[in-house]
Write a protein that binds this ligand. Structure first.
Ligand code: NDP
Length: 258
C-alpha cells in the first residue's frame, strides 16, 4: 500500500487482544500500539491491565483496558458492545488467552482438562462469536481485517503428557484454516500463530512435577523465545498488504527440536 505510514503501519486500526495482562498478549499490545493501532487489552487482572495501558500511553500510544473472563459469554459480548460504542468496532482480534496444564492422562486431572478446554476452546469461540461481525464489517469498509488465533507447536508435534493441551491447540489451528477459507473472500485474514517455547507466566501454572522438570531441563539447553519475538511476528503479519495472509506461522526457538 503506497499510502501506508511505514513507521505506524496500523494507524487508525482498532485491535482487541485477549490474554493481554502478561506474556505474548501483553507484548503484542505494546507492539500494535507502537504501530499506531488503538488496542483494547482484555484479561481478568485489572491492575496488570492498568499498568499496561499506562505504559502504552507513556509511549504515545492509545489503549483501553477491559477486565473480563473470556469464558463468560455475557462479559465478552459486553466487551464487544463497548468496542462498537467507543470505536465503531474492531478490525483486528488477537484471540490469545490460554492455559497449559500438562499431566499424564492416568492422573485423571479432570479439573485441569476442563480448564484447558473451557479457556482454550470455549473462551476462544466466545471471543470469535462476539467479534466476528465487527471484523467482517470492518473488512468490507476498509478492505482488510485480521483474526489471529494463538495456537502452538503442540498443534503439530507430539509431546508426551500434553495430550489435552495439544488437542485444544490442534482445534485452534484446524479451526483457523477453516475460518480462513470462509472469511478470506470477505477480506478477513485468518492466521494461526504456533510458537514453540516462549518464556512467560504459562509455565508457572504447571503443577505436574514431571512436566515442570521437563520444562526446566529444556530451559538449560534451549534459549527460549521471548514474548517480543511473537509480538514482532504479529506486528509484521498485520502490517502486510491486504492481499497477503500468513495462514499459519510456526515460530520455534532455534535449538528446539520438536
Ligand atoms: P501467560 O500465562 O503469560 O498469559 C496468559 C494470558 O491469558 C494472561 O494474560 C491471562 O490473564 C489470560 N487469561 C487466563 N485465563 C483467562 C480468562 N479466563 N479470561 C481472560 N483472560 C485469561 O501465557 P502466554 O503469554 O505464554 O500464553 C498466551 C497464549 O500463547 C496461550 O494461548 C498459550 O497457550 C499460547 N502459547 C504459549 C507458549 C509458551 O511457551 N508460552 C507456546 C505456544 C503457545 P489473567 O490471568 O489476568 O486473566
Amino acid at each position: 500500500m503506497s499510502s501506508q505510514n511505514t513507521a505506524r503501519p496500523l494507524q487508525g486500526r482498532v485491535a482487541v487482544i485477549t490474554g493481554a495482562s502478561s506474556g505474548i498478549g501483553e507484548a503484542t499490545a505494546e507492539k500494535l500500539a507502537a504501530f499506531g493501532a488503538h488496542v483494547y487489552v482484555l484479561a481478568r487482572r485489572a491492575d496488570r491491565l492498568a499498568d499496561l495501558v499506562a505504559r502504552i500511553e507513556g509511549n504515545s500510544g492509545t489503549a483501553t483496558a477491559i477486565t473480563a473472563d473470556v469464558t463468560d459469554t455475557a462479559a465478552i459480548q459486553a466487551a464487544a458492545s463497548q468496542v462498537v460504542a467507543e470505536r465503531g468496532g474492531a478490525d483486528l482480534l488477537l484471540n490469545n488467552a490460554g492455559v497449559m496444564l500438562p499431566a499424564p492422562i492416568e492422573e485423571l486431572a479432570t479439573e485441569q482438562w476442563q480448564h484447558q478446554i473451557d479457556l482454550n476452546i470455549t473462551g476462544l469461540m466466545n471471543t470469535i462469536g462476539a467479534f466476528v461481525t465487527q471484523l467482517v464489517k470492518a473488512a468490507s469498509e476498509r478492505g482488510v481485517a485480521d483474526l489471529i488465533n494463538t495456537s502452538s507447536i503442540a498443534a503439530q508435534n507430539i509431546f508426551p503428557n500434553f495430550a489435552v493441551y495439544s488437542g485444544t491447540k490442534a482445534y485452534v489451528t484446524h479451526l483457523s484454516r477453516h475460518l480462513r477459507v470462509e472469511l478470506g473472500p470477505k477480506n478477513v485474514r485468518v492466521s494461526a500463530i504456533e510458537p514453540g517455547i516462549v518464556g512467560t507466566e504459562l509455565q508457572g501454572h504447571v503443577t505436574d512435577k514431571g512436566a515442570q522438570d521437563w520444562l526446566e531441563g529444556s530451559r538449560g539447553v534451549i534459549e527460549w523465545l521471548t514474548p517480543e519475538d511473537i509480538a514482532d511476528t504479529i506486528g509484521f503479519l498485520a502490517s502486510l498488504p491486504p492481499r497477503v495472509n500468513l495462514q499459519q506461522v510456526t515460530i520455534m526457538p532455534t535449538a528446539q527440536q520438536s
